[in-house]
Design a binder for this molecule. Structure first.
Ligand SMILES: Cc1cc2nc3c(=O)[nH]c(=O)nc-3n(C[C@H](O)[C@H](O)[C@H](O)COP(=O)(O)O)c2cc1C
Length: 306
């Protein structure tokens, strides 16, 4: 059973992935890029740069796309293939209204005809190994039932399931009974995603669902970057060591963003997000001071509180 790093738009960019991989080498089977989309008729140069960097970083990165039609799908696949990738993950779970209103992400779960069209495109492109990342449905947790035959009949490397519906976003109960039905009906390698925060969570899930190929973790790794290494070692890392590791990650990220971004405001906006999920590790006082800091020197004084 392996641990995969979930894509988190705005957080898991190339710099974060590279630095995470430096501090916890070999603990993550693969990282996923945040979804790559078509905007103003084209792929964003920023997104291409983000995935292009990985090739020199020696990291197993799988670019993820979000598309609402065969045209968008093929356009994005061509562009990503041109960067040098032959693996792509297809987002069928994004709940952001900006995407679902355009028929992308989780909207495909309530549109079996378009979902089928995309699966058909996947079957056609034998030069790329595809996976999909999905939810149970857009508004109802049984929508996947209408799609399961189509999924099982499509060649897929894996199917990642986040057992919520899109209207829940990232909160509320995970629907385990419905997950178990999905688990028993899916014929592809299956990866569980959602609310995994501790080594016990990982071990319990692995024990209960032995067929799992892996667990994909997002926020749990942002708030505990050592989590996959803890699974590798089968032992927890103490708070002091973890705090030091987080500070080392921060130092590298701060140096990176200071070198590529212009001006205090841009650097602060970007680097502050690093701490968004880390309050349990650094404490409320430092987290609040970081959040409130308005200059680099105040920010550095806040980080020194850790
Ligand atoms: C701010 C934010 C951005 C996200 N961006 C993406 C994304 O680009 N692609 C994607 O498939 N999932 C995205 N997700 C969903 C996560 O990959 C993951 O499925 C979700 O957070 C549940 O897993 P977790 O509890 O381990 O975080 C995002 C989630 C959050 C909170």
């Amino acid at each position: 059973m392996e641990i995969q790093f979930a894509p988190i738009q705005g957080y898991t960019d190339a710099a974060y992935r590279r630095i995470h991989n430096t501090i916890y080498p070999g603990s993550i089977a693969c990282y996923y890029s945040p979804f790559i989309r078509i905007e103003k008729g084209d792929i964003r140069a920023k997104d291409v740069r983000d995935i292009a960097l990985e090739q020199s970083n020696n990291i197993h990165l799988i670019p993820q796309i979000i598309a609402n039609s065969p045209d968008e799908f093929n356009f994005l696949c061509d562009k990503i293939q041109a960067v040098g990738y032959n693996e792509i993950d297809v987002n069928v779970g994004c709940p952001f209204p900006l995407q679902t209103r355009k028929g992308r992400g989780a909207a495909l779960l309530s549109n079996p005809e378009m979902f089928d069209n995309i699966m058909h495109c996947i079957s056609q492109r034998k030069d790329i190994a595809f996976s999909i990342k999905m939810r149970l449905g857009l508004t109802h947790d049984d929508e996947w039932r209408l799609l399961i035959d189509s999924i099982n009949n499509t060649p897929l490397r894996q199917v990642t399931i986040h057992p919520r519906i899109a209207t829940q976003q990232y909160k509320g109960e995970i629907n385990f009974p419905e997950f178990e039905s999905f688990y028993s009906e899916i014929s592809h390698p299956i990866v569980f995603n959602g609310d995994i925060k501790t080594l016990d969570d990982i071990n319990n899930l692995a024990m209960k669902y032995p067929k799992l190929k892996g667990i994909m973790i997002g926020r749990g790794l942002l708030s505990r970057p050592c989590l996959a290494q803890e699974f590798q070692l089968n032992s927890t890392i103490d708070d002091n060591t973890l705090r030091q590791q987080v500070l080392t990650m921060h130092e590298a990220l701060f140096a990176h963003y200071s070198a590529i971004l212009q001006g205090q405001a841009q650097i602060l906006t970007k680097i502050k997000t690093f701490w968004d999920y880390l309050e349990p590790i650094i404490g409320h006082k430092a987290a609040k001071a970081i959040h409130k800091s308005s200059t680099i020197s105040k920010y550095q004084a806040a980080v020194a509180l850790i």
